[in-house]
Each structure stands twice: as structure tokens, then as C-alpha cells.
Design a protein around this ligand. Sequence first.
Ligand code: SF4
Length: 355
Amino acid sequence: MIGTAAPPLLDIRRIYFEPAAADLARGREILARFPASERIPIESHWRIPELRESDPSDFLRPKRETLVLGVKKGMTFRPNGRSADFIAPSTSNGCAMACAYCYVARRKGHANPITVFANIEEIAAATARHAARLGPKPGPNQVDPDAWVYDLGENGDLSVDATISDNVRDLVALFRRLPNAKGSFATKWVAPALLDYEPQGRTRIRMSLMPPAMAKLLDVRTAPVAARVAAIPELHRAGYEVHLNFSPVVLREGWEVEWGALFEELDETLPQPVKDQLAAEVIMLTHNSDLHEVNLAWHPKAEELLWRPDIQEDKRSESGAVNLRYRTGWKGKWLRRFLDLLATHMPYCRVRYAF
Ligand code: SF4
């Protein structure tokens, strides 16, 4: 019988490109990497009508088959204070994966495939200048005791980006030479390419985890949780600092058993050197009505978990959308229980922040 293998994460057939991006060395490299792809010039990576108007219930194909090449314009550094000290200007946006709860802005349309920015040298130079202006970090905070930490992957997943171009390699190399700064990104993908980037402890990967049965339902197209867990010691041996990102924490009946089993597995799997440097961030689910409507069209089963008005409360945002989060009072109690459970199974795992 012929197997029914899952389609590959990426099978790039079409590249929309800003001509300025195609003129840069990184742009040329990426185009050369996908020689058979159709090339479509665009004025701006934000304005691609075919992507905007595509059927929201058939968006996995554009995620797999479409790549956008652009030039990053604004080099802004936003203070953060949670995952990082600053959000660096991104080297990409969009994602080939399709987590049902994904809050990454979808200004290119719901499919929001990966846009790679080709002006990596400019982005790296702006980051180096920003870190130089800051000077030494004056004192420890929950983000890091010594280094200013820059989040590099707020708008996508850099492990997948590493399969497309050398942008992530260049960022890792940048932080290797900045004496007062570290790079950091959260990921749900496993990319062997990362293993020979030589981060020398100056890039932090936050491996994003949830119980496997839940991930199977919600983390569409991501690497299986078992593969992500197995990658942690390898990434650490390769020189990354590796933290954990428990996000989003989605509650359902029996959640403590599922999460307890994950913590137990981590405790059994992670070698001592990983445990010695470990920290985690914990973020309870926030959902919203617009995403709920979109998800109902393609993945209603996920919505049975994500949309729980019986245990959530709503809050209207400035844009008029309704955001849902676990009810005040209950949320605090459940978060406490989550943290206690984590401390019981993995007492060495410092919690950097939780909300
Ligand atoms: S991996 Fe991250 S960016 Fe990609 S779909 Fe999932 S949550 Fe969104």
C-alpha cells in the first residue's frame, strides 16, 4: 500500500519578491535556492492581493508553497521586559506552521506565509548599534542576569526560517560577538541546520511545549512534541542556552494529569547540564472572536478547546474584537496550580515570568 505521508512543511513553488530584495545578496541566494519557483514581482510585501483574498479555509497550501521576499523598513527596538528586554527588528514575518491559537499578526491575509527580509546586514548592523548604545546591563532582571536580550522571532519561527536562508546563522554570529547582548527566539520546529551555527551561549532558544495530545490538536504542522523535547539536549550541546516556553497553557478537564506527565518526561529526558541552566516562561491562553470565527471554518475541533466561554471572560479590545481569557480569580488559582505542579516535578526550573 502506498503510504500517506504528510506533505512537507515547505514546498516553495511561488516567490513574490520586492525587486529591491532580489537585488541584495541574500535575496539572490534565496531565489537561487528555489530555481523552479514561479517569480512574481510586487511593490510591497504587505500588499499581495492574491494572498489577502485567498480562501481562509484553504490557507495551508499557501503556507507550504509561497514565499515572500522583502526589505525590512523600520529598524525599531521595542522594550519588552517579558521574553526579552527588547524586540529586535524582525528578519522575517509569517509562518509555515498553523497553530490554531496563533496571535501573530496576519496583515498579508490569513495564510500569512513566510516573508524573509533580505537586508539582513542592515538589520544586524542596527542591532549592534542599539546594543552598543546601551552599554553594559546595569543589573540582573528576570530576562537575564548579565546580557541585554533581544527577541528575534516575534513574528514567526526562526527554526523554520533557518531552512530557507542563512539569516538565522547571521543573527547567531552577530550575538556571538556582542559582549553585552544575547539573541532569543521561541520555536516549535526542529531544524538540524541550527546545530552548526556555534552560538557559544549567546543565543537562547525557548522551546515551546504543551502536552502531546493537546499539541496534536492545536499545533498544526509543527514538529511533534517528542521531537522538540529530544532536540533540547542537542541544541544545548551545540552551544545554545535552552529555556522552555509553556505557551499557551490551555485548560481542559484533566489538564493537571497531562501537564504533570510532560514535566515528568522532561525531568527524565533532560541531562543535568540542561537542567542547570533551565528557566521557563508560562503564558495562559488568550483567544479572540475573530480568530474563533476563522478557526470554525477549518478546525472546529480546536475551537472546542480554545473557545470556552464557560470558564473564560471577554474583554472588548480597542479594535472592537472580543478577547477571551480565563476568568479573573480562577485564572490566578489555575496558574498557581500549574506553577506548583511544575515545581513538584522540576524544582530546578526557574520561572522567568508567568501570567
Ligand atoms: S509556530 Fe508560532 S508563529 Fe507559527 S503558527 Fe505557531 S504560534 Fe504562530
